[in-house]
Design a protein around this ligand. Structure first.
Ligand SMILES: Cc1ncc(C[n+]2csc(CCOP(=O)(O)OP(=O)(O)O)c2C)c(N)n1
Length: 323
């Protein structure tokens, strides 16, 4: 079991890491524009949570490439979306912050901090009304817990008893503001403790995240009620490509780099005999090929047509404007 999981975790975390390193390169070449928020350093939370939760709806914030990959969204369609191409997962109209794949119950990618929390509660309410058990996984950052919609959402989820797992990814920063300068309560799980069961996990340890999420999923399925996890993690890059992240000291960065979630998984897997050097090398080769193929696909894909500007809108108003 641990062996199979270790292999799956390593593949998805490494895919997420290499995919994002390549995104950074393509952004610098000018192939990707707009916003680009990387999750390098946070792969254990994203992969552990998505694999652990399994079936159910997934709502997430704008730092969602690795979450989409872990969910099974085709890497080629994600890369094409980042390139703004018609073949992209959101037809090239969403970009990095708006990856969306309803076929996989992936409703993530939201630009407005904490705006997806009420959506997640609404979806969980709908699931409950339909008599479904699977529930909803809702991921958000530490900064989001200072937003009014956070408190409204945990209140309604608790009051209505809906199956939603709130997963707070505490990477200590909201853009350049440290959590100690924005939150009166530094232990973020305390904000939810009076409403639902809470726990804190080491977000650099993919097994710890996975196990906590499996536990939480069992709870929300059995009782149909919400649950809250705070995962401690770190982003190695700036907030977005527009941010160097130099409000953090080299010492702090160094300290967290020693806890690189992929390095930790590799060391543990070799020590426990779950994976060999040879297996790791083969997975690396596969990852390299998948990333390369996704860039080729994106480069060779067409731009969206002009008519696309008028599709997938909320109402028919724009149909009068089509040239
Ligand atoms: C409602 C709202 N307020 C402010 C912003 C500007 N903004 C974009 S990202 C961000 C920081 C959010 O930090 P956090 O929730 O911790 O997520 P992280 O970037 O660390 O993953 C802010 C304030 C926004 N997008 N939406």
């Amino acid at each position: 079991m641990s062996q199979t999981l270790a292999e799956k975790f390593y593949y998805l975390m490494k895919l997420g890491r290499e995919f994002e390193i390549r995104c950074k390169e393509e952004y610098l070449k000018g192939n990707i524009s707009g916003f680009l928020h990387l999750a390098i350093g946070e792969e254990a939370v994203h992969v552990g949570a998505v694999v652990g939760f399994g079936k159910g709806d997934l709502f997430c914030p704008y730092r969602e490439h690795v979450l989409a990959l872990a969910r099974g969204v085709d890497p080629r369609l994600i890369m094409a979306e980042l390139f703004g191409k018609a073949t992209g997962v959101s037809k090239g109209k969403g970009g990095s912050m708006h990856l969306y794949e309803p076929k996989l119950d992936f409703y993530g990618g939201n630009a407005i901090v904490a705006a997806h929390l009420p959506h997640a509660v609404g979806a969980a309410y709908a699931r409950k009304l339909m008599g479904e058990k699977a529930g909803v996984l809702c991921i958000f950052g530490d900064g989001a817990t200072n937003n009014g919609t956070f408190f409204e959402s945990i209140n309604m989820a608790s009051l209505w008893e809906v199956p939603v797992l709130f997963l707070c990814e505490n990477n200590y920063y909201a853009i350049g503001t440290h959590v100690s300068r924005s939150s009166a309560l530094k232990d973020l799980y305390l904000k939810a403790r009076d409403y639902m069961p809470t726990e804190v996990v080491d977000g650099m340890d993919v097994f710890a995240v996975y196990e906590a999420v499996v536990r939480a999923k069992g709870y929300i399925e059995e009782y149909g009620k919400p649950y809250f996890i705070e995962a401690h993690t770190y982003r190695f890059e700036g907030h977005s490509m527009a941010d160097k992240g130099d409000y953090r000291s080299p010492r702090e960065l160094e300290m967290f780099r020693k806890k690189d979630p992929i390095d930790l998984l590799v060391k543990r897997s070799l020590r426990e005999g779950w994976l060999t050097e040879e297996q790791l090398r083969l997975i690396d080769q596969k990852v390299e090929a998948v990333v390369e193929e996704s860039v080729e696909f994106a480069l060779n894909s067409p731009e969206p047509s002009e008519e696309e500007l008028y599709t997938d809108l909320y109402c028919g108003v724009c149909s009068d404007v089509i040239p």
